[in-house]
Design a protein around this ligand. Structure first.
Ligand code: ADP
Ligand code: MG
Length: 478
């Protein structure tokens, strides 16, 4: 029977569907269209560049396996990207991007669409007979400083990283340990340092490796009796980036070998960059001697981004992809997704996918529908930021005025409403609500809540404000 792209893709989907959640399947795989099949090369069309990157980052292994099952080892996968920019009605255009063939680090302008094996998720760098030149940095060119938005949440981490990037081994930030919760940019920053170093010092050997892969390689080396090669390999690196070192917790042998590699590199003035999902003090199951090494340099944390930073990040991503989106939609996304940047990106991509899949304009109502579904399974509560925005819009005030010290009755009332709704709709404490509503104390918030309750009972006009605002905020409630 002759293979058609549709048939091949249909079989891939059956396989994929069994291996991921239904929601992910709907969001990420249903929008894909098979376009062409030539020999063992399958061409699939995805709705946006974001979409492509998301799939590459999260589902490439699955996709590779699925396509491999259908077309064999030699299978190749080519992406076509449709920028169906419904907003503004620009003509759709198509770009081809090969799987896993993003522009190389030192040559970020190259974008020649070469077909690359879907099976081409590169081999974990085989220890290359100790030939230095052969070491692939394993860096992702998209994770550059240029693409990293600076905000209060990451200022120290970013500037320390930048300093290290420009003078590896030459600052007191050695090791540099970046830590913070998931999706806050640790991996991105770690790559950015590597990219920066590769740019300025092309001869330096830079290596990015996850702690998990490092551990796996170490275990393999023991099994194959090549432990010495393993150690020598790592001792040759000029800039060693190890991601998610919390993975070493409880793994004594791995910590031991890492300790020796660490010491060797550090003594030679080589740069070490580590990331961790928690602060060094909270790294249980990590040997003391290793923890004390971490303290030699600098530990810098990444925190959750502020609203303004979230908006800037979204705008930057859209700009990079050449997608236009109405301002209110961008703000809505930024207001709604507060947990971390990965979620924020996910929401944006879902929105683009939904719009393209259902041929709908990207507007506030689509965004609301999507967020309702997207965020349902994750922690979700309306944010104080958002409450303040709705109230400011309603009373036609600026945020500065709302949170100022002014005692004008109209503004005091708006401020009290912000506190009242924050208490009602979020889990924040009175103290933290006060802090976010113009730096007031908890007693002021308590007073505000009482005042609002009283006024609702006695003042008809005021009551209608509360009703209107409840309706506006309702969309966000669980
Ligand atoms: P972590 O390693 O902390 O879990 P990542 O570095 O993988 O987080 O970041 C998650 C996503 O968010 C990545 O796609 C990354 O590019 C993006 N991201 C994180 N921080 C920023 C930032 N400050 N500016 C732009 N994008 C960011
Ligand atoms: Mg990470």
């Amino acid at each position: 029977m002759k293979n058609t792209p549709e048939l091949v893709w249909k079989n891939c989907l059956t396989f994929i569907k069994d291996n991921i959640s239904e929601q992910s399947f709907k969001t990420w795989f249903l929008p894909i269209q098979p376009v062409k099949l030539k020999g063992r090369t399958l061409n699939i069309q995805v709705p946006s560049k974001f979409f492509y990157e998301w799939i590459e980052e999260h589902y490439i292994k699955l996709l590779k396996t699925a396509v491999g099952k259908e077309l064999g080892e030699e299978a190749k996968l080519v992406y076509s990207i449709v920028m169906e920019n419904t907003y503004g009605n620009t003509n759709p255009y198509t770009v081809k991007i090969p799987s896993n063939n993003r522009p190389p680090i030192n040559n970020p302008k190259v974008a020649v669409p070469v077909e690359v094996a879907a099976a081409g998720v590169k081999n974990p760098f085989v220890i290359p007979g100790l030939k230095k030149v052969n070491i692939e940095s394993q860096l992702n060119p998209n994770y550059s400083f240029e693409n990293f938005i600076e905000g209060d949440c990451n200022r120290l981490a970013r500037s320390a990283s930048y300093a290290v990037g420009n003078n590896p081994g030459g600052t007191s930030f050695n090791p540099l340990l970046l830590y913070g919760g998931v999706g806050l940019g640790k991996t991105h920053l770690a790559h950015a340092i590597g990219i920066e170093i590769k740019d300025s010092y092309p001869d330096k050997t830079v290596l990015y490796v996850s702690a998990e892969k490092f551990t796996q390689q170490f275990i393999d080396s023991i099994r194959n009796n090549t432990r010495n090669d393993f150690v020598h390999f790592y001792q040759m690196i000029d800039v060693l980036i190890i991601d998610d070192v919390q993975f070493f917790a409880g793994k004594e042998k791995t910590q031991d070998v890492f300790f020796h590699i660490f010491n060797h590199l550090h003594q030679q003035g080589k740069q070490l960059i580590l990331t961790s999902d928690r602060a060094p003090v909270d790294l249980q199951g990590m040997e003391q001697r290793l923890l004390s090494r971490f303290k030699w340099g600098l530990s810098a944390d990444l925190q959750t981004p502020s609203l303004q930073t979230r908006i800037t990040i979204l705008k930057k991503k859209l700009y990079t992809d050449g997608i236009e989106m109405p301002e209110d939609v961008i703000e809505y996304l930024a207001y709604s997704i507060t947990s971390n940047i990965r979620e924020l990106e996910g929401a944006l991509i879902s929105l683009l996918a939904q719009s393209s899949l259902n041929k709908r304009d990207i507007n506030l109502s689509l965004a609301k529908e999507m967020i309702d579904r997207f965020v349902k399974n994750t922690t979700r509560e309306v944010s104080i930021d958002y409450i303040q925005k709705v109230i400011c819009d309603y009373f036609d005030l600026s945020l500065e005025v709302l949170n100022s010290k002014t005692r004008k009755r109209r503004i005091v009332q708006a401020r009290q409403l912000a506190m009242f709704f924050s208490k009602k709709l979020t889990k924040s404490s009175l103290a933290s609500i006060g802090a976010q509503c113009g730096g007031k104390d908890h007693a002021t918030v308590l007073h505000a809540c009482k005042t609002v309750n009283n006024l609702v009972d006695t003042d008809k006009q005021f009551r209608s404000y509360v009703d209107d605002l409840s309706k506006k905020l309702e969309l966000q409630q669980l």
